[in-house]
Ligand binder design. Sequence first.
Ligand code: CP
Ligand code: NVA
Length: 300
Amino acid sequence: MKHLLKLGDLSKEEILSLLNLADQLKYERKHGISKEYLKGKKLGMIFQKSSTRTRVSFETGMYELGGYALFLSNRDLQIGRGEPVQDTARVLSRYLDGIMIRTFAQQEVEDLARYGSIPVINGLTDYCHPCQVLADLMTVRERKGSFKGLKLCFIGDGNNMANSLMVGAVKTGMSFAIACPEGYEPDPALTAWAKENGSFLMTRSPAEAAKDADVIYTDVWASMGQEEEKTKREKAFCGYQVNDAIMSAAHSDAMVLHCLPAHRGEEITEEVFEAHADEIFEEAENRLHAQKAVLCKLLG
Ligand code: CP
Ligand code: NVA
């Protein structure tokens, strides 16, 4: 494993090994065991979009591992004024030990890895969000014990989260169901791959997707960069809310996960969100542990 550009690049064994390391790092942190696995290492964090969790968990993660993280906003970098990513990659490779990038086009992340000579971590693109899904998988396994026989259901937009969750579920042997409105399906190549390699259902009916699910997942209706489509999307997604009716179709002990930030009253009701807040905030905490595992594997 040289980079984390998308989950599809990792084998099942690599994913499980990251999750095992994440569990170990979580245990060590809880028990006050601090080991500087990345002493003196430097991570550059390029953000072309906003972030709370990704920024803070990567930054504190590097600090806890004995390394250092630099926050690089596109408002300050020459990248924001048009310096090509190919040049940025070659320059940053001479200063840093790794780069985390959050941006729009997946191609930019792939180019950074191609032209640079240090590990690149995808901190979210329009196409996928692999770091989030590693934390999600960690949370599911922690609560349910294993992935065996589980069904993960995603309600809403076939966006970056849906794309990565689909891959994560199939790779770990969970069955995956998505309910989304017409025109908002996940990536067609990934959908075809999921159909071939796992148990996959795509439907317009949230109740059908949620039937007997062990994990219900949702995300915002309008992602970063889609702010102008907000009104149009509110109409398209109005039947795609995680609420009590959806939860009654799922198993009675079903978990609810949300990558956050959440819009209560849109993709999820206040009641369902608060009833599952323990799971959702454990999931947010697990970003830290899962990303520390990624950093140790790539920069260690
Ligand atoms: N879930 C997630 O990536 O959150 P941020 O946008 O706050 O980083
Ligand atoms: N789909 C959301 C995820 C945020 C973590 C977005 O891209 O804005």
